[in-house]
Structure formats: C-alpha cells, structure tokens
Design a protein around this ligand. Structure first.
Ligand SMILES: NC(=O)c1ccc[n+]([C@@H]2O[C@H](COP(=O)([O-])OP(=O)(O)OC[C@H]3O[C@@H](n4cnc5c(N)ncnc54)[C@H](O)[C@@H]3O)[C@@H](O)[C@H]2O)c1
Length: 448
C-alpha cells in the first residue's frame, strides 16, 4: 500500500517527537498529529522555545518538518478520514476506579480513539497501537472497529515505542530496534510491510523486527519491567552497602564490568519515576494475576515495592539527620523532573520526597530548569492529597532561575541529575544527593 497521509492521535511525549521524526525522514508523506486538547495543538504550532515537550534536538526537527510535511491539528475527524495509516499514541494511565483499580491500564482513551476511527473512516485503514498496552488489546480494538465501523477494512498493528525521555530524538534516529507486530494473514503481512517501508527510510532493515501482535504488545511491558528491575536491584543493594561499609558506586562498577551484565541502569538513585515504569509493571502484575500466575505477579510487584522503599528511605534519612523534626528547616529541592533533560515530572521521586519533607515541617525552595511553577503546583495538587493541608504558600516557594538559589539553606536535596547542579557551590550547606550518595562512604553529610 502506498501511504501518503499519516494521522497520529495524541500529541504528547510520544506522539509529538515520533511523528516529527517520521515527517523529517519521510518528506513524501504528510504527517498530521491531532489531539483532543486544543491548547496543546496551539503550543505545537507556536514558538519553538515553548513546545509542549522539551527534548534535546526536538525543536530543530520540528522547525524543519513543520515547514514541509508535519502538521498539528484539532480536526480529528477530517484527519482520520484522510489518512491511510493511523497511529494511536494516547495516554494509558493506571485505572483509578472499577475492576483492576490501582493496577490495570485504563483503556478509556484508546477505546475513544478506536470509536473515532470507526466513526470517521470511509476507506480501509491501517491502525497502529503506539501506546503501551496490555497483551491482547488489539482484540478489543478490533471488536470496536468492526462493530462500530461502516464496513471498511481495518488492519491492526502493534508498534510500541521504546524511546526514553531526555534522549528521545537520538533514540528515534538510531533505534536499537523497531518492533512491529501484525496478523499472520496476507492483509496483516501487507500492513506490516507498509509500516516496515516507512521505518526503512532511516532504520537499517536488520533492526526492524516483525512478530505476531501479542509478542509485540507484551515485549514493551516486559522491556520496561526489566529496566525498572535493574534499578530496584541496585537500589536494594545500596541499603545493604550503608550498613556494611561497602560502597555502592564501587559495587556498581564491579558488577557492570561483567559483559554478561553490562554497566547501564546500575547507578543507585532515589528511585525511578516517569509515567511509564510504575504503571507498566502494575499492568504486568495485573495481567499475571488475571491469568492466575500469582508467583510471577509477586515477583514483579517487588520491583515497585523496592522503589517506594527507596524514595521513603531517602526522605527519612534527611529527617533523621535533623533529629526527626524539620519544623522551620529550610530545604532546597533541586530538580523536579523525573530525570534530566526532560520537562516531564509525572511520578517523579521529587514529588514524593518533597511531600514527606513538607509533612515533617520543612520550608521548601524548589527549582527545576525545565519544569514550570504551574506544573509543580499542579503536581502537588494531584499527588499530595491530604498532606496539602499544610500551609502551602508560606512553606513552599518555586525559584525560576539558578542564580536566585539560596545555597545557605539548612540542606539541599538533589533529586534530578541536571548537569547545571553539578557545578553549584554547595559549601555552606548539607547536601543529600539522590544519585550515588546513598552509599556508606558519602551518604548523609554529603559534600558540604
Ligand atoms: N512518555 C514516554 O516516555 C513513553 C515512552 C514509550 C511509550 N509510552 C506510551 O505512549 C503512550 C502515550 O504516552 P505519552 O507520554 O505521550 O502521553 P501524554 O499524556 O503525553 O500524551 C497523550 C495525549 O493524548 C491525548 N488524548 C487522549 N485521548 C485522546 C483522544 N481520545 N483523542 C485525541 N487525543 C487524545 C491527550 O490530550 C494527550 O495530549 C502511553 O501509552 C505511554 O505508556 C510513553
């Protein structure tokens, strides 16, 4: 099939950057990203320094592609109708109510997309799952498309996204692999080929892996679970280091030099965050329970429990340092994004550590180079629940520039490893560094 028009539903951290790169690498295809949030679309069409997603290199890609074949639009129906190929890149958070609440993926946004596609399609379409989904979701999507559609043919592919925030553009330019799952029927394989042809414009053929739909859906959940598991493994050992006098950085180095293990994802930290790891593991745990695999479910659930333990432990160390009460203590929180080089703060460990410090009475001064004051207060509102009852206004301030930071506060907690924080002068304060310093030799008094 000759694809001339692509539509992507969802202009977020995945939809925006992935489609910008497809448009850049495929100048012969018109790529339109649509979203239910008109403000987001306006921002994608606005000044490059205020795009809704911050990623190194993204603005340059958008600048070039937007002049040519990359469009952002709130006309969902018109763009579905026009496209031969439709990506679904909408959010799939953890369910908050109903069966599976707190564990299963909330598929309401995916279902809404499928309904829109069924409603507005007047010709055959290839529909692609770009969002991370539980294994066998394609079955559900197919049901909706067939029962609500007007008789046109839909082919469903799974093409999960493996980019990491902070390095998204590099990851998309040079993917370790592109995974495409499709039906083993002739029309399924034709659809797979149509998507292979798009990626083949810049990804070497041997890195494009084709599988059945279920393997592809499950591979994304499994990859995230394995990555998070490495983080929890090393973090669990950091607590043992603190008691025994072993040094976690030396331990990481020694372990990582084994070529069977490798050095990546072996740095101790305050815990993982971001919108994906926790929700994808919870989803995996839910699936295992659903299929009666209790031991497997327990095994993966432990990865999350260690992560919660680590965040809590880090905050508790600060509280203990001040004798169990932070009333009146001024603490600078450096970093709010869940990692460096992104403006994404969903599930960031900073949110949890700051909450615990706040509850213990601390006065917080927060700074992040890329997360706005509005987003920080939105996170506090969303995540803190009842602990918000403290006096937010007099206890929390957000600084908008590194030059305004007061490093003579009682303590500094470094919660995101932004490059800019490395060169600050911390001489007048106690530093609790969320990376590496949870080790026996340097923890607690830090570099002060
Ligand atoms: N963020 C990542 O690093 C990452 C990496 C790989 C995979 N994923 C997966 O990709 C998916 C998207 O993640 P994200 O971080 O881009 O989410 P996001 O919240 O940044 O973006 C999702 C967008 O979809 C829009 N949307 C929701 N329902 C819609 C509908 N029915 N019609 C039109 N627009 C709709 C929302 O307004 C939002 O702008 C998730 O399943 C996630 O697990 C994310």
């Amino acid at each position: 099939m000759q694809v001339k028009n692509i539509c992507c539903i969802g202009a977020g951290y995945v939809g925006g950057p992935t489609m910008a790169v497809i448009a850049l690498k495929c100048p012969h295809i018109n790529v339109t990203v649509v979203d239910a949030n008109p403000e987001k679309i306006k921002a994608w069409n606005g000044p490059l320094e205020q795009l809704p997603v911050y990623e190194p290199g993204l603005a340059e890609v958008v600048k070039e592609a937007r002049r040519r074949n990359l469009f952002f639009s709130d006309d969902i129906s018109g763009n579905i109708e026009k496209a031969e190929m439709i990506f679904m890149a909408v959010n799939t958070p953890t369910k908050t109510e109903g069966e599976g609440a707190g564990m299963a993926a909330d598929l309401r946004y995916i279902e809404a997309c499928a309904l829109d596609i069924a409603k507005y399609s007047k010709s055959d379409k290839i529909v692609i799952e770009k969002s991370t989904l539980p294994v066998r979701t394609a079955e559900k999507i197919k049901e909706i498309l067939i029962s609500e559609g007007s008789g046109v043919h839909f082919e469903i592919l799974s093409n999960p996204e493996f980019l990491a925030e902070g390095t998204a553009i590099q990851d998309l330019f040079k993917s370790d692999r592109v995974l495409i799952g499709g039906d083993e029927t002739e029309s399924g394989q034709n659809a797979v080929q149509a998507l292979v042809d798009i990626y083949a414009n810049w990804i070497p053929k041997e890195k494009i892996l084709t599988t059945n739909v279920w393997s592809s859906e499950l591979a994304k959940l499994a990859s995230n679970a394995m990555l998070a598991q490495r983080i929890s493994s090393i973090n669990s050992l950091s607590s043992l280091c603190e008691i025994t006098g072993a040094n976690i950085e030396e331990l990481s180095k020694a372990i990582g030099m084994d070529h069977r293990i490798g050095p990546k994802f072996l740095k101790a930290s305050v815990g993982f965050g971001g919108s994906c790891f926790q929700k994808d593991i919870l989803n995996l745990v839910y699936l295992c329970k659903y299929y009666g695999l209790e031991e497997v479910a327990d095994y993966w659930h432990q990865v999350i429990k260690i992560n919660d333990y680590q965040k809590n432990r880090f905050a508790q160390k600060i509280i203990d340092h001040f004798g169990g009460d932070l009333t009146g203590k001024k603490i600078t929180v450096l970093g709010w994004a869940f990692k460096e080089n992104t403006n994404d703060s969903r599930e960031s460990p900073a949110i949890y550590v700051a909450e615990k410090l706040f509850k213990a009475g601390a006065i917080l001064e927060i700074y992040d180079p890329m997360v706005s004051k509005e987003s920080i207060f939105r996170n506090i509102d969303f995540y803190w629940g009842s602990s918000k009852k403290g006096d937010l206004k007099s206890q929390i301030s957000v600084i908008d520039s590194v030059s305004k930071l007061d490093l003579s506060n009682d303590a500094v907690a470094i919660l995101t490893q932004w490059e800019a924080f490395k060169s600050l002068d911390y001489l007048k304060t106690v530093v609790f560094d969320g990376r590496g310093v949870l080790s026996s030799s340097r923890y607690s008094i830090g570099r002060g």
